[in-house]
Design a protein around this ligand. Structure first.
Ligand code: 4NP
Length: 160
């Protein structure tokens, strides 16, 4: 089993979008029994909340369901539990590295580092307009596909 955790600040916009989209991509690849997906926030500000309505609406427009996700804060045990702890932006990355035990630091990376899109971060859409949410969806679809290909190429023994 390979375990992937997507992380942003609030766990109500970007990381739940990545969570819902990646679940779908993993299902399409027939790997749902091999890859486990979750998401969390570096903050606990929205604990137990469902994803932001604007994220859910944009996801639903493209056929993705985020309604099963509830916000939670990253826990120190996540670094032991997960194989990939993927930050949406540089700020999330530095917050994660600041709390990550040294032996697990290699698991903490920028989500978009697996893809060849020109952006390195998924920008925070929370205080902006609808375009920001649509940009998040597009980056997350591309990033998720690239991550899936990386896992398929690099973790063949775990996927069998
Ligand atoms: P997220 O977006 O990190 O993509 O979930 C945000 C959600 C909430 C806040 C900031 C960003 N906030 O300030 O409450």
């Amino acid at each position: 089993m390979i375990k992937v955790l997507f992380v942003c600040l609030g766990n109500i916009c970007r990381s739940p979008t990545a969570h819902g989209v990646f679940v779908h991509q993993v299902e399409l690849a027939g790997l749902s029994d091999r890859i486990e997906v979750d998401s969390a926030g570096t903050s606990g500000w929205h604990k137990e909340a469902e994803p932001d309505g604007r994220s859910m609406k944009e996801a639903a427009r493209l056929g993705y369901d985020l309604s099963f996700i509830r916000s939670r804060q990253v826990d120190i045990s996540d670094f032991d539990e997960f194989d990939y702890v993927l930050a949406m932006d540089e700020s999330n990355l530095s917050d994660l590295l600041a709390m990550c035990p040294p032996e697990h630091r290699h698991k903490v990376q920028l989500f978009l580092s697996f893809s060849n899109v020109s952006e390195s971060e998924v920008p925070d859409p929370y205080y902006g307009g609808a375009q920001g949410f649509s940009d998040v969806l597009s980056l997350v679809e591309q990033g998720g596909q690239a991550l899936l290909e990386h896992i398929q190429n690099h973790a063949q023994s775990e996927l069998r």
